[in-house]
Design a protein around this ligand. Structure first.
Ligand code: K1U
Ligand code: ZN
Length: 167
């Protein structure tokens, strides 16, 4: 397994739309393992393939306290949504920035699991927010895209400064 580099905002590659997975083959299984390892190491509670420069519709999430309940969503689709949630969100591609984003509080998502089997899940609270955040990544959307232009510019400047300091 391998740790994958996570693209950092405002990298334009974060705005590309990922492609549906047509077969859960060895390469996809290896990507899922590497994504999970990268998410746990970051540490984070979710990761979308777009963030590691892999343009497949794959998301991994583990929001358990014990870090042993990995969920894999391949080609996820939200088929029902209700309520309003405004959790403060973070993003491994935008480190150090936390903002509230309007999201549905309860969703039903359909996807394939790591074995390529169809499943449906009802989620609420943080899990529902995290699924929506990660699915946005697959459509080339970063949570800061919901914020005002001014906030986006400030965040992009902050990220560039952080990178210069780290370089
Ligand atoms: O970058 C990402 O997409 C992952 C992101 C997921 C997320 C978190 C909160 C709300 C919506 C989506 C993160 O994992 S940010 C880091 C984080 O939340 C965390 C880090 C360490 C411990 C616990 C949480
Ligand atoms: Zn994110």
């Amino acid at each position: 397994m391998a740790l994958l580099p996570i693209l950092q905002y405002p990298d334009s590659r974060l705005h590309r739309v990922a492609l549906p997975v047509t077969a859960v083959d060895e390469a996809i299984s290896l990507l899922i393992k590497d994504m999970a390892e990268t998410m746990y190491a970051a540490p984070g509670i979710g990761l979308a393939a777009t963030q590691v420069d892999a343009l497949w519709r794959i998301v991994v999430i583990d929001n358990s306290a014990t870090h042993d309940q990995l969920r894999v969503f391949i080609n996820p689709e939200i088929v029902a949504r209700s309520g309003v949630s405004d959790f403060e969100e973070g993003c491994l591609s935008v480190p150090g920035i936390y903002e509230k984003v309007p999201r549905a509080d309860r969703i039903t998502v359909r996807a394939l699991d790591a074995q390529g089997q169809h499943f449906e899940l009802e989620a609420d609270g943080l899990l529902a927010v995290c699924i929506q955040h990660e699915m946005d990544h697959l459509d080339g959307k970063v949570f800061v895209d919901y914020l005002s232009r001014l906030k986006q510019q400030r965040i992009a400047e902050k990220m560039k400064k952080q990178r210069r300091r780290g370089a």
